[in-house]
Every structure is written in C-alpha cells, then in structure tokens.
Write a protein that binds this ligand. Structure first.
Ligand code: TXA
Ligand code: MG
Length: 401
C-alpha cells in the first residue's frame, strides 16, 4: 500500500516534472489549510517543510519536520528517500551501527551537517582529519545525545557549565571545558580542553544515541570551505571519502554553533553563533569575545586563516549596486533591493530577517560559487543577534586571497 502524501494544491495543479515520479511512489492528495497528523502520512507545506510522525531509535514518537530551500529539493528528497518516516528509522539504525564500528557518517544538525566518527576510536578520529584534509592542530567537537555520554570525555563539569547545559542544550552552543585524561589527545589536538555539544536536531540525537558513542564531528566540508547545510553539499565534497550521509533536509539555524570557552578566567566566545553574549550573560555573568580577529590582523597575511570561503573570490563591498552592470559578478542580497542586476543574484532574506538569512547563507554562497563567476560580492548585515555571527563568516570568507 502506498503512503499518503499531502501536497499544497497549487503544486498539485502545477505541471512540475518531478511530480510524476512522486505520484508513482505515493498516494498524493491536496493538503487542507488545517490538518491533524495521521500516522504514516506525509505533509509537504508551502515554503517547503515536510512533516510526518516517526518513531526514531531511542526517541518517542514525534513529529519530524525537514526543511528545504526549494520545491525541487523537497520533491527530489521524496523521490530518493521512499517513505522517510520508515526509511529514517532503518538508516539511523544502520548508520548508528556503522559509527560504532569506526566508520564515518555525515549527519544533519540544526546548525550545519557534521562528519561523525566515534570519539573514543582513535582510528576513526584520524580518518576524520584525513578526509577533511584538516590540520591536526585544529581540535574537534564531541557530540553527545545525553549527559552520560560525557563520561570519559570531560573532567567533572563545574557549576557554570551545568547552568549553561541546563539552559541551552540540546542546542547550538559548544562548551570548551577541561578534558578527561582518557580521551585521546588527537580529538583535542593535544590540548587539555575538549569542546562538547548536544545538538538539537532529533535525527542527530537519535543517531548518536543509536551509536552508543560520543561522536566527534566537525562540519562536513573540506577544510577551509563553506560549511554544508544540505546532504547534497556533503556528498559533493566528501561523498566518495566517507561511509554514508544521513539526509535530513536543510539545516534550520544554518551557521556553525557558538563556541564558548569556560577554560579562560572570563568565559570567552571563540566563535560567534546563534547564541549570543547577551543570552549567555544572564545565565553565568560576564562573557567576553575572543580577540581572534585582532590577532589575525597582526599576523602575516599569508598565514591568515580564511574559513567558510567559496572558491570564487568573495568580496565585502559598501554598495552592491556598483556591480549591477557586470554579468560575471554574483550578488548575495539581503533585504528588499530595487536594483536590477545583470549578473546572477541570490537573496538570503528578502524580508530582511536575520534568522532566515543565517539559514540560507551557506546555501546561497554555494549556489553562486557553482556558476563559474569572476567574483561574488555582498554587504555586511546589521550586527545584531545572529547578524554578528553572519558577518563573522562573511569576513572570513572574504579573507581568502
Ligand atoms: O555547529 C557546529 O559546531 C558544527 C556541527 C557539526 O556541530 N561543528 C563544527 O565543527 O562547526 P568544526 O570542527 O567545523 O568547528 C569547531 C570549532 C573549530 O574552530 C575548533 O578550532 C574549535 O571549534 N574547537 C574545538 N575544540 C576546541 C578546544 N578544545 N578549544 C578551543 N577551540 C576548539
Ligand atoms: Mg568547520
């Protein structure tokens, strides 16, 4: 029997070429404006959210929602992942077992896709560095699905760490804390601290729990490049080098987690993310920002650590309008822009919403990067909330020269 798939009536009426393939697999019905979830049915809403009830390993039955940037991505997912409410269960079980065996599996988190390997298996950890071409001096974040999995990873946590965990986990906050001597130094690049995080994405939590291991996972891109926010991004750069990718649609936050060090006298934000200083301070008191930016500025320009960078030269400019007549320049847009550009454009949020901009940033950068352009230009966004983290990534992307 075919599963029922509810689609927006406007999509059903359209002659979308992918609809035919999807209709062969599913019993397709029009989506009502109000509906309640039935077990076994799938719901694709406009703005491309696919929801269904699923009983994932180590999770209660819950509503899973996968997000897609485009209608094509959603239909493509449905075509290639038959009955995701059942297939995800099978994949998570198999991939959990693979992780436990030392294989590398990429998986979605709410921030970006991670390249996972068993943090307690030094060979698996070594492979992570190798496939990413990541220098061994750059430590990894250990991901857990519950606090018990921190045993053997961290030294006993202090009161500040516990408060932050209670408040922000699962979620996009990574904590740098003293490590347990049992944890292999390869994970921490020889340092005495370890970065830990419990992601909020239910697929990630289910997979980590299914593996039964704490999972070391950097962003699933080649070193220095833009982080991946879809499974297709991962497969493009690492597909051949790893043992599998769990497809969970596009990441909702869209930029890498806030990294907060609790190893400094005053807790220090080493990498800005969705969770800001203003949200952290009410919980643990004064928090400062690292002076990484200033340090980089005085180092030799050749040593400049550029990150999050597309291959096409990327420039921050005051006015993208100045490039309107050059068809070989790609424009990354934010907010309403009246200018007509002769080159390709991608908007990260036409309504000027910073959360939406974060969720589309890396996707838009990759889209423009794939077009073989002379350069990509963009202006900085408002430096508020997650805007500061977006600007941090834009500056790093522009540093590759
Ligand atoms: O959102 C995220 O954090 C994603 C997802 C997959 O969870 N992961 C991620 O990992 O962005 P990665 O490896 O791409 O970035 C981790 C950052 C690096 O800048 C690394 O230098 C820093 O965290 N880091 C890791 N361990 C550290 C430590 N012990 N002390 C200071 N910085 C550390
Ligand atoms: Mg990374």
């Amino acid at each position: 029997m075919k599963s029922v798939l509810y689609l927006p009536p406007s999509l059903l009426q359209s002659e979308h070429p992918l609809l035919k393939a999807v209709s062969e697999t599913y019993e397709v019905r029009p989506l009502a404006s109000r509906f309640s979830y039935e077990a076994g049915a799938l719901y694709l809403e406009a703005a491309w959210q696919l929801s269904f009830l699923a009983a994932l390993p180590h999770r209660p039955v819950e509503r899973i929602t996968l997000f897609f940037h485009r209608c094509e991505e959603a239909l493509h997912y449905l075509q290639h992942n038959r009955d995701p409410h059942m297939q995800l269960v099978a994949e998570i079980t198999a991939y959990g077992e693979a992780l436990a065996q030392g294989e590398l599996i990429a998986f979605p988190t709410e921030t970006v896709y991670g390249l996972g390997g068993d943090a307690t298996n030094v060979e698996a950890v070594g492979k992570i560095f190798a496939v990413k071409e990541r220098p061994l001096h750059d430590p990894l974040i250990v991901h857990v699905a519950n606090l018990e999995q921190l045993a053997g990873v961290t030294a006993p946590l202090d009161a500040r760490a516990m408060k932050l965990i209670e408040h922000f986990w699962p979620g996009p906050l990574t904590l740098v804390v003293p490590k347990d001597p049992a944890l292999d130094p390869l994970v921490t690049a020889g340092g005495s601290t370890v970065a830990i995080r419990m992601p909020a994405n239910p697929l990630a939590l289910s997979l980590i729990a299914a593996s039964g291991k704490p999972i070391a996972a950097p962003s699933a891109n080649r070193f220095g490049y833009t982080s991946p926010t879809t499974a297709a991004h991962v497969i493009e750069q690492l597909g051949e080098r790893i043992d599998g990718t769990l497809d969970g649609g596009s990441c909702t936050v869209g930029i890498d987690s806030t990294v907060l060090s609790l190893a400094t006298e005053v807790p220090t934000i080493l990498r800005p993310g969705k969770i800001t200083q203003a949200e952290l301070e009410p919980i643990i008191g004064a928090v400062t920002h690292s002076t990484e930016e200033q340090r980089e500025a005085v180092e030799s320009p050749g040593m400049l650590a550029s990150h999050y960078a597309p291959t096409t030269p990327f420039f921050l400019v005051d006015d993208v309008g100045a490039y309107a007549d050059d068809s070989e320049v790609g424009i990354l847009l934010y907010g309403e822009v009246a200018t007509v550009f002769s080159g390709p454009t991608r908007s990260i949020s036409t309504r000027g919403n910073l959360s939406e901009a974060a969720s589309r940033l890396y996707w838009a950068m990759r889209e423009l990067d794939s077009l073989g352009l002379k350069k990509i230009v963009c202006t900085l966004l408002p430096e508020e909330g997650i805007g500061a983290a977006i600007n941090n990534r834009l500056r790093k992307a522009a540093a590759r020269r």
